[in-house]
Design a protein around this ligand. Structure first.
Ligand code: SF4
Length: 266
């Protein structure tokens, strides 16, 4: 019997955006230096996670205590970073501003019960697929139900009215809900929340906001004869056929490690 295929939940959007790029990274092991934007996001994730963990554990860590981790990740990245037209100094200043914004404006509004909850393997019955990954946050709502929260940083993460565009995120948060349920052994009945942190060079452009998604799990089930998301992923992996999508917005040598050799661009 064939071994199930292990897939990181965070890689699923790439599998559907351009299967050939997903294959290049996840099966062929092709790599590019991390981008400055990705490193900034990573630094904010680490700093804010430390802050929320401190709150859960009553460790009394302030936002400034945790900011040292943000700085460390920017100044001493664990992998090569291509800072492009930015610089570590500029990224540090933007990351610190977002970290402080999160700690002051977002974290106090949530009753978080877990941070970076890890699921080492959730086997999807009958599909030959094992999902792995971590869920940014698990929170408890006012009715005592648990739900997941996913943090996204980016230049367009939050609208001018402070709301976060959730379109396009439902499938991924549904997978995170499955992972969180496996990691905690409890149902995720509260709406999934996207926490958006908008990156900008100037303070006026920086924003923090939230948006919620209900019923995301329905996307994972098929309808009207069409396969659900996980079934489609499993079918692609089983067939070993990974078509390229040259119309992907990430079809660029900056983002795709297979760009130079890709036959789908011709
Ligand atoms: S070059 Fe474009 S089409 Fe080819 S794998 Fe990369 S993103 Fe996909």
């Amino acid at each position: 019997m064939k071994e199930p295929v292990r897939v990181r939940a965070s890689s699923l959007p790439e599998l559907f955006d351009c299967p050939a790029r997903w294959e290049a990274r996840n099966i062929k092991g092709m790599r590019l230096p991390s981008s400055g934007a990705a490193q900034l996001g990573r630094a904010v994730h680490v700093g804010t996670a430390l802050y929320d963990l401190g709150r859960i554990r009553g460790a009394g860590l302030s936002a400034e205590d945790c900011a040292t981790e943000v700085v460390r990740l920017i100044r001493h990245p664990l992998e090569d970073v291509d800072w492009g037209d930015s610089s570590p100094a500029e990224a540090e200043s933007m990351a610190l501003a977002l970290h402080r914004k999160y700690c002051a404006e977002i974290a106090p509004g949530f009753d978080f019960v877990d941070v970076e909850a890890e699921c080492r393997g959730l086997e999807i019955a009958g599909l030959g697929l094992v999902l792995t990954g971590t869920t940014d946050r698990i929170y408890r709502d006012e009715r005592g139900n648990l739900g997941i929260a996913d943090i996204k940083t980016g230049k367009n993460a939050v609208g001018a009215d402070g709301t976060v565009r959730t379109a396009g995120h439902a499938a991924q948060v549904a997978v995170y809900e499955l992972l969180a349920e496996e990691a905690t052994g409890q149902p995720m009945d509260a709406p999934a929340v996207i926490i958006g942190l908008q990156v900008a060079k100037k303070e006026a452009g920086r924003r923090a906001g939230t948006g919620s998604i209900t019923g995301a799990r329905e996307l994972l089930a098929g309808s009207d004869g069409a396969p659900g998301l996980l079934e489609a992923a499993a079918e692609m992996l089983r067939s070993g056929i990974f078509f390229g999508n040259p119309r992907s917005t990430l079809c660029h040598k900056k983002y795709c490690p297979a760009y130079e050799s890709c036959r789908f661009r011709r």
